[in-house]
Design a protein around this ligand. Structure first.
Ligand SMILES: [Fe+2]
Length: 124
């Protein structure tokens, strides 16, 4: 069993931190897989093989998104940065610098966000 994701003695880490580290490793692996499929698809000449790779890469997008969402729910400061940077038009670096400032603010100074509210139960 791999323990490479730990940089501290695993026995001294809480279960919560070990889960966080495992999910961070998963996030990294999903990003690597996305990059590997991108390279393979750029060279593949067989249309059907390429279609299968595209389908597989789409799965990795989903896995990456789920891992990122899991991690960001446990790190509010990370969530603040993601909200300030992702899915915005304009200069990415500028958004990143704004996010860094926002991240440093105490949590009470941030306006409440609808998307950080606990999920409502699904209607039946
Ligand atoms: Fe995956």
């Amino acid at each position: 069993m791999g323990t490479e994701q730990y940089h501290e003695p695993p026995g001294e880490l809480s279960q919560e931190i070990r889960t966080f580290a495992r999910m961070a490793a998963s996030l990294q692996e999903e990003a690597e897989a996305i990059g590997w499929y991108e390279q393979r698809m750029s060279l593949e000449r067989d249309a059907q093989a390429k279609a299968i790779m595209e389908d597989a890469q789409e799965e990795e997008f989903k896995h990456f998104a789920m891992a990122l969402e899991f991690l960001s729910r446990r790190k509010p400061k990370w969530r603040v940065v993601l909200k300030d940077v992702l899915f915005k038009a304009g200069d990415i670096v500028e958004h990143g610098e704004e996010a860094e400032e926002e991240e440093k603010k105490p949590p009470t100074r941030r306006p409440p966000s609808r998307s950080s509210a606990p999920p409502r139960s699904r209607p039946r």
